[in-house]
Design a protein around this ligand. Structure first.
Ligand SMILES: [Zn+2]
Length: 366
């Protein structure tokens, strides 16, 4: 378990402010390179990369390693998934594959408090989400519902299509950002989703009125299956057409990123891996769309700040014979952008959760 000193050092160290070139293409390229290749430690000297390297550590290394899961401490504090006793198969699978996940309500409470501290109010805040179209992500107990309640804002702009990718594109992002109150602030929550069934199966979830578990996320896992069923990347991309644009885009984009899974049977670990790759797709598209506006000089004349919360939604089953309850969210990114640059506030908000702090520390100081 992290000692107090180490936890404090994390809180101080993880708050990085880039003075220039925030969100630039150059940075994006470096991050993308890191994401596809080397471990976090190799880039530890570059703070602009380390922020996202830490993210990487939290979501890629942990799901594929039983080691981190086994190190997850039991604490008496509130509810990160990694601190829960493995009371059932759902919680065990959650803790192992998406360490540090928080119940929606706890997550939204924490982030909303941080936003209030940064001056986000009911009337000056524009709220957007880039989550999968699946209705499972838009229930009264969903993450968006929690944020609507806690932020007190009127509604949410839905940027997300299948898999959570912001398929609204530049036009949709432009419409969204143009709705920001005068000198207001924008908050966007984004990410893919994945179910965990009551028996602990990752990628499945019980739905109301259904006799059998169903796939979640169908878009991501469907793409995974389609890619595994083809011999080569080339074959997968050749099937592109316009009849099923969103799913075909996901298949094409994922097809170059799942080589590590070829020859492996589907398992909780492979589905967690696919879900993390889906996170990459969501973030890369969202980043590109946001850059199209935040890099314009006049954008910051009407918007004072943009805060981005990225992570993985973990759906819990609802329906006959399952306990139901709220979903979970594994936070992987929390940063604020202003005209002066980018601030990573992940450590301020989540740094006291050991399962979330440890990967960040490892990425920063190794
Ligand atoms: Zn989905």
């Amino acid at each position: 378990m992290l000692g107090l000193n180490k936890a404090l050092s994390f809180l101080v160290g993880a708050t990085l402010i880039a003075q220039s070139e925030a969100f630039s293409h150059a940075r994006n390229t470096r991050v993308a390179t890191l994401a596809l290749g080397a471990g976090a430690g190799a880039h530890a000297e570059d703070e602009s990369v380390v922020v996202d390297a830490a993210t990487r550590n939290a979501r890629i290394i942990a799901p594929l390693s039983a080691i981190l899961a086994s190190l997850s401490p039991i604490t008496g504090s509130v509810s990160p998934a990694s601190a829960l006793p493995a009371a059932n198969a759902f919680e065990a699978a959650l803790r192992k594959n998406f360490p540090g996940s928080l119940p929606n309500s706890a997550l939204a409470l924490r982030v909303s408090a941080a936003l209030r501290d940064r001056g986000y109010t009911r009337t000056n805040t524009l709220f957007g989400s880039s989550l999968c179209s699946d209705e499972i992500n838009d229930t009264a107990e969903s993450l968006v519902g929690d944020f609507l309640n806690k932020l007190g804002v009127e509604g949410v702009f839905n940027l997300g299509g299948l898999g959570g990718l912001p398929f609204v594109g530049i036009s949709g992002m432009g419409a969204f950002t143009s709705h920001c109150p005068v000198d207001g602030k924008i908050f966007i929550v984004f990410g893919p989703h994945v179910g965990i069934a009551d028996d602990g199966t990752v990628g499945k979830v019980e739905r109301v009125g259904k006799n059998t578990v169903s796939t979640s996320c169908g878009a991501g896992i469907g793409a995974y299956k389609a890619i595994m069923a083809t011999e080569t990347v080339k074959e997968a991309t050749e099937t592109l057409s316009t009849k099923d644009f969103q799913e075909e885009y996901i298949i094409a984009q994922l097809s170059t990123r799942l080589d590590a899974l070829r020859g492996q049977d589907p398992s909780n670990e492979t589905i967690a891996y696919v879900t993390n790759k889906m996170y990459d797709l969501v973030w890369e598209m969202l980043r590109s769309e946001i850059n199209a506006f935040t890099t314009k000089p006049d954008f910051w004349g009407s918007v004072s700040e943009v805060t981005l919360l990225g992570g993985i939604v973990v759906n819990r089953g609802h329906g006959e014979g399952v306990p139901g309850g709220e979903d979970f969210y594994q936070p992987l990114m929390l940063k604020s952008l202003t005209k002066d640059g980018e601030s990573d506030i992940y450590g301020e908000v989540f740094g006291d959760f050991p399962a979330l702090a440890r990967p960040h520390n490892a990425a920063k100081y190794v």
